[in-house]
Each structure stands twice: as structure tokens, then as C-alpha cells.
Design a protein around this ligand. Structure first.
Ligand code: F6R
Length: 615
């Protein structure tokens, strides 16, 4: 979605701003612009609809040269994607770029018009420029005026402002939309994602919710939401090494498992309002399209397919929307009957999986004919992928580069994306039960902490892994939305430890697989404290009665305890809807430690590739 880059330096900053915008291109956008306080002391801008390369060509023809500037890639929400609506927006001597949505922009626009301000765009952002300009009349200091301006803004924003009257600084504010300061030597920078600034620095300071920052060439000052001067921690990245370095971890897979609290946090960034989900996170036309959705068809492969299976439970239970899920390699060759008003959803870490892409292309063929799909949506981790480019709507998971072949952090961020989709569809269609959205948003905000607690069980799970070292087969059981979690657990174990593993809905045990259970067949179960717990306990009795070894990851309030042949690991209590995300963690750790014990190539298991771009 939208991207921000800013710079204050002793050298010409235009090329730095352009390079930053290019690095943010993967997020998707439809126009780009830059404003520079030029060396002849004028505030000038260049904006272009379309690609950053269009802006670059325009700047080549008419260069802007200066030492202070801001730039933006816009993904249209309020107003069409055209030059007049592209950022930066001007008011008097000010230039403003903005990510997010100002919810009270209509009321502010009326007030400002009454005060004589003339609007030249349809955007919500322009009200910020005029409001700040107005505040400057009483409070001439730019930073002070910004502090009072943001108090009147409702909604989400990441803002960067420059003024021709105070060209010694760049000021910024963050609420609901991320901003990071890049620290240089005698020069400083700002961006909505540190990726945009990796060319100029490796030292970063992340703004927190409610922060206001004043960034000068040689200093950075930050005030928190209460107006108190604060210091934010400086984070240093070794250049280019962020993803390609295992750090303190023995394998990329373990590192990626442990990254889950932070990448889940990043996937939520800018997508939540105080009590709900921001539907526009799925694209500017999302609200309009979602209002028409009566069915959902999910198509994906492997781990991503398991994420889709979890989503089916959520979509039907929470949003009341019928959902079908199918592996892409089957779907693409099947004659499908499309239900009316079906949203076609693909899920993929890479966005290049051949079967998933082919399924999308088939679906798009159908949508051109009468009775095809309503629209396509990709939940994907790679912004520049084919899947994203070819889909109508996108939600990018923010898992960062996943190097381990076995998918871990991509899966949990996909689940977060799918829960956001469920809540968005339910919100727009008015099908959510009262209070559900606010409760689940609150729970989502707490999720990174819960995931951290689950990861703290690392050494407990490592011990449990010893039970598997000599085994050749394992059963994974789950009920309800935990069944796909069990499937994902089984897939992880077979992929990296080469132990044969199968997952079953626990209620199916007695219909066949129980015949396999004996002392040599460990049975792994995930048991949150929900209405299926008592039924699950009965299924586990069936296993124990046949001498099977049970490994149970159970809610701390489940009342389940260790017994002969039963190993219970207590999990932090969590809202049932979010439990598939939390219970995935111990299963990932279990397969990891079993693989380490077996001495396999954990990050690059035999016969497998990270991105399956051939059929
Ligand atoms: C398993 C795994 C694979 C992928 C599958 C789809 O750990 O990584 O099953 O999930 O190949 O890949 P993407 O998500 O890139 O479409």
C-alpha cells in the first residue's frame, strides 16, 4: 500500500527519495510524488500517476535539487489515482505525505473551507495540510503546530511534513501506520518501512504509536503520545544480512519460528482501527466488493492450503459465509460450478507456485464469462510476485524473507491475514455477532505476546522430541479448526524429519486409523479449552486403551495432566478463535527438534524446493 520516504541532508536528496520509493514498490501503489525544498529556496513538487519510473522520467526532464524532501507512493483510497490526488499535498509553505485514512476528513474539510482554504484534491490527506497551515498561524513552530494538529485527526496516519519556512527539519507523526527513522552521519531519514532506507543507513529508530518526531540533519527528537520527550531504541542491521543471517540460531527454520511474534505484529500494523479491522487494507475497492460476497473459494498448496482450511472454520462460524477450500493442483483441472458472488482467494508465501497461479488464471478466465467469480484476492508474502500482480485485491503478509524450506512464519501470518479477511467480510456484510470484531481485534493485539509465551516452551518441546527419535510413524489429531493445525503439524514432521506422519480429525480415529495404534505409534494432539475438549478427551482414551503414547498440547485450563503414557504440555490460555495460530508453534518446534535429533538437513530437506514454480 502507500509508502513514505523523507530525507534531511547536506547533499541532494532527490535520488535517495526515488530509490526509497522503488524499494517500496512491492507494496502496490498507483501514483507517486516528491516534494523538495530546492537549493533556490522554493518548495516544489513533481507527481505522476502510474509507476515510480514515470516520476523518475519526469524528474530527469525537470530535476528538483535540494537537501530536504519527502516522497510518497499512493494507493488510492479517497479520490481516483491521478496527479491531482497524488501526494505530497501542499498548503501555503507546507508539503505533507500521509499513509492511512483520516476518518473525520469530511467534517474537517467543511470547517477548513469555511475558513477560506481551497481544496485541490479529493483526498483525506489535504485536510491535514490545511489544518496544520491553520495551526501555524497561532503556533509558528512547525513541530508544536503538528502536535496540536494530530489531536484533531481521527483514524490512522503515518505523516511526514516539510515547510519552506522551517527548512531545517522534517517532522513526522505516527498513529496506526508505521514510521521508522533512519540515522545517518550528518543526515537523517524517514520511511514507512526500513527497507526503503537500507541503501543509506543500517541504523533505525522505530516510532511508537502516538509519537511525534522532529528530524534534523544532526539531531532527532521524539515525543510520546502524552507529549513527553522520549528516546527510542536504535536498532542496527548488518547490511543485507537481516534475512540471510541465522544470527544466534542453529538453523534458519528455528530463527523463523522465533520471529513469529514480530512478523505477526508487522502483519497487523496499519490494518486495525481502535475497534475493528481496516477493510481498505485489502485494497481501495475492497469494501465495495466485499459487500457483494456471498461465497468464498480458497485455493492454495501445502502449508498455505492448511491456512485456507483454518479460514473456512472462521468464515463460516464468524462471518456466516459459505467457504470451499481446495488444493490448487486439483482445482485447476476440475470443471467447477461457481456459486454466485464468489470471492476467489489464493494463499501463497511465494506468490509464484505454479498450480496456484494456474488456478487463479483459470478462475479469471471464468470470471469473464457469465456466472464467473466476483473478484480475486491474493494473500501473499511477496509484493512483486505474479500472484499479487494478477489478482484484483491483495493482502501482503509481512513475514519477511523465509529461507527455511519448511514454511513456518509464513503460515502464522497467513492465518492472521485470513482472520482479518473474515472480520472484514463480516463487518462489511453486517454478519458478525455483536462485539465480536472488537473482542477479536483486542485478542489479535495481544497475540504477539501469547506467541512469545508459547515460544518460551522451546526447551520443554525439545525434551518431548526425544520420544520420536526411534519412531517411524506418528498420528496427529485435532478437532474443529485444530484439525488443519494437526495436518500442518504432520506435514512439518514428515518434511524435515522424514518420519511418516498423518493427521486425522480425532472423531475419525475409530473409523480406521485406530488399527495402527500401538506402543510404537506416538499420537500428537492439540487441545484448546473449547466445547470439543470433552469429546477429544474420549478420543484420547481410545488411544491410551490401545497402548498408544499420547503427546498433548493442552490449554492450561483444560484440566489435563500427565499420566502413564500421556505427556501433557500446558499452553497459555487464548481465545478459541485464535488458538490455531498459537497451537501451531509447539508443533513447529516439535518437528524441528525431532529433525535435529535425526540429523537431517533441516533448512533444505531432501527432494523439496522453497518455491514450486513448475507443475
Ligand atoms: C511446506 C511448504 C509447502 C508450501 C507450498 C506452497 O512447509 O512450505 O507446502 O506451503 O509449496 O507454497 P506457497 O505458499 O509459496 O504457494
Amino acid at each position: 500500500m502507500c509508502g513514505i520516504v523523507g530525507a534531511v541532508a547536506e547533499r541532494n536528496i532527490t535520488a535517495i527519495l526515488l530509490e526509497g520509493l522503488k524499494r517500496l514498490e512491492y507494496r502496490g501503489y498507483d501514483s507517486a510524488g516528491v516534494a523538495v525544498f530546492t537549493n533556490d529556496e522554493k518548495l516544489e513538487r513533481m507527481r505522476r500517476p502510474g509507476k515510480v519510473s514515470e516520476l523518475e522520467n519526469a524528474l530527469e526532464a525537470e530535476p528538483l535539487v535540494g537537501r530536504l524532501g519527502i516522497a510518497h507512493t499512493r494507493w488510492a483510497t479517497h479520490g481516483a489515482p491521478c496527479e491531482r490526488n497524488a501526494h505530497p499535498h501542499f498548503s501555503g509553505d507546507l508539503a505533507v505525505v500521509h499513509n492511512g485514512i483520516i476518518e473525520n476528513h469530511e467534517a474537517l474539510r467543511e470547517q477548513l473551507k469555511a475558513l477560506g482554504y481551497v481544496f485541490t484534491s479529493d483526498t483525506d490527506t489535504e485536510v491535514i495540510a490545511h489544518l496544520l497551515n491553520h495551526k501555524l498561524k497561532d503556533l509558528p513552530d512547525l513541530t508544536a503546530a503538528l502536535k496540536t494538529t494530530v489531536k484533531e485527526l481521527h483514524g490512522a496516519y503515518g505523516l511526514a511534513v516539510i515547510s519552506a519556512k522551517q527548512p531545517d527539519r522534517l517532522v513526522a507523526a505516527r498513529s496506526g501506520s508505521p514510521l521508522v527513522i533512519g540515522l545517518g552521519l550528518g543526515e537523517n531519514f524517514l520511511a514507512s518501512d526500513q527497507l526503503a532506507l537500507r541503501q543509506v543507513t543500517d541504523r533505525f529508530m522505530y516510532l511508537e504509536e502516538g509519537d511525534i518526531a522532529e528530524i534534523r540533519r544532526d539531531s532527532v527528537h521524539i515525543w510520546d503520545v502524552d507529549g513527553k520527550a522520549v528516546e527510542r531504541e536504535t536498532v542496527q542491521y548488518r547490511d543485507g544480512a537481516e534475512a540471510a543471517d541465522k544470527g544466534e540460531f542453529r538453523h534458519f527454520m528455528l530463527k523463523e519460528i522465533h520471529e513469529q511474534p514480530s512478523v505477526v505484529q508487522r502483519t497487523l500494523e496499519g490494518r486495525l482501527s481502535p475497534n475493528g479491522v481496516l477493510v481498505q487494507a485489502f485494497g481501495p475497492q475492497a469494501a465495495e466488493l466485499f459487500a457483494k460476497v456471498r461465497n468464498v473459494q480458497i485455493v492454495a498448496c501445502g502449508t498455505s492450503y492448511h491456512a485456507g482450511m483454518v479460514a473456512r472454520y472462521w468464515l463460516e462460524e464468524l462471518a456466516g459465509i459459505p467457504c470451499q477450500v481446495e488444493v490448487a493442483s486439483e482445482f485447476r483441472y476440475r470443471k467447477v460450478v461457481v456459486q454466485p458472488d464468489t470471492l476467489f482467494v489464493t494463499i501463497s508465501q511465494s506468490g509464484e507456485t505454479a498450480d496456484t497461479l494456474a488456478a487463479l488464471r483459470n478462475a479469471k478466465e471464468l470470471s469473464r464469462e457469465e456466472g464467473g467469480y466476483l473478484a480475486s484476492l491474493a494473500i501473499c508474502n511477496v509484493g512483486i510476485s505474479s500472484l499479487v500482480r494478477e489478482s484484483d485485491l491483495t493482502l501482503l503478509t509481512q513475514a519477511g524473507r523465509e529461507i527455511g524450506v519448511a514454511s513456518t512464519k509464513a503460515f502464522t501470518t497467513q492465518l492472521v491475514g485470513l482472520l482479518l479477511l473474515t472480520l472484514s467480510l463480516g463487518q462489511v456484510r453486517g454478519t458478525l455477532a455483536k462485539g465480536v470484531e472488537a473482542t477479536l481485534v483486542e485478542e489479535l493485539r495481544r497475540l504477539p505476546t501469547r506467541l512469545g509465551e508459547a515460544l518460551a516452551m522451546d526447551s520443554t518441546v525439545e525434551k518431548i522430541a526425544e520420544l520420536f527419535a526411534e519412531k517411524n510413524h506418528t498420528l496427529f489429531l485435532g478437532r474443529g479448526a485444530q484439525f488443519p493445525v494437526a495436518m500442518e503439524g504432520a506435514l512439518k514432521l514428515k518434511e524435515i524429519s522424514y518420519i511418516h506422519a498423518e493427521a486425522y480429525p480425532a472423531g475419525e480415529l475409530k473409523h480406521g486409523p485406530l488399527a495402527l495404534v500401538d506402543n510404537d505409534m506416538p499420537v500428537v494432539t492439540v487441545a484448546p479449552n473449547n466445547e470439543l475438549l470433552e469429546k477429544l478427551k474420549s478420543n484420547l482414551q481410545e488411544v491410551r486403551a490401545r497402548g498408544g503414547q499420547l503427546i498433548v498440547f493442552a490449554d492450561e485450563r483444560s484440566g489435563m495432566t500427565n499420566g502413564e503414557g500421556t505427556h501433557v504440555v500446558h499452553m497459555p490460555h487464548i481465545h478459541d478463535i485464535l488458538s490455531p495460530i498459537l497451537y501451531t508453534i509447539p508443533l513447529q518446534l516439535l518437528s524441528y527438534y525431532v529433525a535435529v535429533l535425526k540429523g537431517t538437513d533441516v533448512d533444505q530437506p531432501r527432494n523439496l524446493a522453497k518455491s514450486v514454480t513448475v507443475e
